[in-house]
Ligand binder design. Structure first.
Ligand code: ATP
Ligand code: MG
Length: 410
């Protein structure tokens, strides 16, 4: 489709389409990085995969040239749009005076482009420096990392992955008619006292580039409420919007992928669920809010996989415990400040439930606190007790939540 045919798009949209869609002489170039000898058959397989898609394989081969090998592969990487790295046992040759091998150098030079990484296994004699490099690559959030065992499997994987990658890139450039609407629940009451924590979340994501924040704390302390507030503030930063998925009704970790897929509005099922979620998120710049993940922390590997596959994805999770996955930043949600007159051991705290009924002094005092606060920031929610429908067992944290509850008239 020539760019001139895109009559109803803005000039910026047209520009981005034009820079993506190439005339036949300008097909996407795929740089193939690997050691040469031990992976000779694999290089042929990748070249075949690339050419079958009518793209251009760019492969560095040793040979007499008027430039140094480094200058040559550097220019090759720079002129490519996709990087495919294939690794097995050898770390490759380190040129005199260099710290790293050409193989590692090529990987570094490919920063900023989509990277598809394939690692051959088993690899009983893998050199330690390659093992280190692969560990680093694996930790790197923006690469797709897969294992394979023979050239035929590699060819299949590369072909599939490139086809998906290109489709997604095209999809990303489609002009959108309106800004996405943040899909967040709307609390019935005004927010109290969470400026500092919300700003902290914003800062972690925007300034520090953190992609996984877990808000932890006892039941009722205000994790979900803070997540909603922070996600609302961040929504403008994510062109594909914010998705809020409440996992409270999900009873087993095995059901998390289906719940996430449903939350994203995907129609998928069976073995395809995870692959479809990955493929949906891979090219999107989206903030995923996963609410009430506790009890389902076994589902954390799914989130790790999504974050690894989708460089534009960030996740804001609420959970009573941390997920323990790479890149996670825990932010402990403190209880709302307790007014001075309302110290631990006061009648109000001990008689917590009474505040909801007529009676003892504690209740009266708590109402007084609430009135004071209401004067400042509107009424607090009526006793922030767990919503109906919360999972059985969630109530067990109520005692632990007492400090938080105090600030919330619980
Ligand atoms: N800062 C706040 N301002 C106003 N209301 C709040 C605030 N924090 C929490 N609440 C209210 O208190 C109640 C409990 O808060 P929330 O659901 O966020 O707790 P939680 O930590 O997510 O609990 P759980 O672990 O049970 O999911 C809710 O009704 C919520 O709207
Ligand atoms: Mg919650």
């Amino acid at each position: 489709m020539p760019a001139t045919a895109v009559a109803d798009t803005t000039s910026a949209d047209t520009k981005s389409l034009a820079s993506l869609i190439r005339t036949p002489d300008q097909r996407i170039r795929v740089f193939v990085s690997s050691t040469l000898q031990e992976l000779a058959a694999e290089r042929t397989a990748v070249r075949d995969a690339v050419t079958r898609l009518r793209l251009v394989p760019v492969m560095f081969e040793l040979g007499a040239r008027s430039h140094s090998p480094r200058q040559v592969y550097r220019a090759y990487v720079e002129q490519s749009q996709v990087f495919v790295g294939v690794y097995w046992q050898s770390y490759g040759w380190v040129a005199p005076g260099e710290q790293a091998s050409g193989l590692e150098d090529e990987y570094r030079l490919s920063a900023g482009m989509p990277r598809l990484i394939y690692v051959k296994s088993p690899a009983p004699d893998r050199e330690p420096r390659l093992a280190e490099l692969l560990a680093r690559i694996k930790d790197h959030d923006s690469v797709s990392y897969q294992r394979f065992s023979d050239p035929a499997e590699l060819q299949r994987l590369v072909e599939d992955d490139l086809a998906v990658l290109l489709s997604e890139r095209f999809e990303m450039t489609r002009p959108t008619s309106a800004a996405p609407v943040p899909a967040l629940p709307v609390p019935a009451t005004p927010l109290v006292d969470r400026e500092q924590e919300a700003a902290e979340v914003e800062d972690l994501v925007v300034r520090q580039g953190v992609r996984l924040i877990t808000l932890t704390g006892p039941g009722g302390v205000g994790k979900s409420r803070l997540a909603i507030e922070a996600a609302g503030r961040l929504s403008a930063r994510f062109p594909d919007g914010v998705m809020f998925i409440d996992l409270a009704p999900v009873s087993a970790a095995g059901l998390v992928p289906a719940a996430v897929a449903a939350g994203l509005g995907l129609t998928t099922s069976g073995d395809k669920i995870v692959a479809d979620v990955v493929s949906y998120l891979r090219a999107r710049q989206l903030l995923l809010v996963l609410d009430n993940v506790e009890q389902l922390t076994e589902g954390a590997p799914l989130l790790a996989r999504l974050l690894a596959a989708a460089p534009g994805l960030a996740a804001l999770v609420t959970s009573r415990t941390v997920l323990r996955i790479s890149g996670e930043n825990e932010l402990r949600v403190p209880p709302l400040a307790v007014p001075p007159s309302y110290t631990k051991g006061s009648a109000g705290l001990r008689l917590g439930p009474a505040v909801r009924g007529p009676g003892p002094r504690g209740g009266a005092r708590l109402r007084a606190d609430r009135t004071q606060r209401a004067g400042r920031c509107g009424d607090l929610p009526e006793a922030g007790r767990p919503a109906a429908g919360h999972r059985a067992g969630r109530g067990q944290d109520q005692a632990a939540a007492a400090a938080g509850a105090a600030g919330q008239a619980r």
